[in-house]
Design a protein around this ligand. Structure first.
Ligand code: ADP
Length: 218
């Protein structure tokens, strides 16, 4: 079974940058890798993404939001994640179920038991083998995300209208989750340079690269 690695952190922490860099690194090693993102990654999921991240859906109620994220994840797990892992393909996913705990649980104060129920319902018992949490001060991350979105004319800005307090809550949520699962979730300081963070991530995944099973050696 190939490894399943997820990337987490608040908007602008550098997840997408690092997931792309790791994708290039692994494919250059000759490995088969699937690069996915949540919400999204399937045709239904991308449609859900456009609803969730649009500036025009500011009246989306928290429970509706939670159900949409769960529906997108359900599609992603069934259509992409499980088939890829079963085929020996590495899966890198930009956000996964910890994001729901952090954003909808800690950020929007939805019931954590309900979130766990929905996460368990859609996840077919698949947990990431490793999660990279890029932790950073929301002031720095949001400044980066705004600059990026202006540059890319990116309309996916609904969360950026949230207050800084919201992102502090989300960050706290991620750190709480990480505290509960230190074996799976690795915290990296996101205020470091892109290269430094990439090197730390490569060090972390090295043991996965070195196991014979993962390289297809019996
Ligand atoms: P996320 O996917 O977490 O929202 P991105 O990877 O898109 O974040 O990064 C947000 C912006 O910050 C991008 O313009 C990216 O080039 C820049 N960036 C990413 N990592 C760093 C870093 N370590 N230092 C400075 N800028 C960064």
């Amino acid at each position: 079974m190939a490894p399943f690695i997820t990337f987490e952190g608040i908007d602008g922490c550098g997840k997408s940058t690092q997931v792309q860099l790791l994708y290039s690194y692994l494919t250059n090693q000759g490995l088969k890798v699937s690069l996915l993102r949540e919400p999204g990654g399937t045709s239904v999921g991308e449609l859900i993404r456009s609803i969730l991240l649009s500036n025009e859906t500011s009246n989306l109620l928290p429970i509706s939001e939670l159900l949409l994220y769960s529906a997108a994840r359900n599609q992603n797990i069934h259509e992409n994640i499980v088939p890829a892992l079963n085929d020996g393909v590495w899966v890198l996913c930009d956000r996964f179920k910890d994001a729901t705990v952090a954003y909808q649980g800690y950020g929007l104060n939805l019931d954590l038991n309900l979130i766990k129920f929905l996460n368990d319902l859609v996840s077919q018992n698949r947990k990431p083998d490793m999660t990279i949490l890029i932790d950073i001060d929301p002031n720095i991350a949001l400044a980066r995300a705004r600059k990026r979105n202006l540059k890319n004319h990116n309309e996916e800005g609904r969360y950026e209208q949230e207050s800084l307090t919201f992102f502090h809550q989300v960050r706290k949520g991620y750190l709480e989750v990480a505290k509960k699962e230190p074996g799976r979730i690795h915290i990296i300081n996101g205020s470091q340079s892109i290269n430094k963070i990439q090197n730390e991530i490569i060090q972390l995944i090295m043991p996965l690269l070195c196991t014979g099973e993962i390289n297809g050696i019996p």
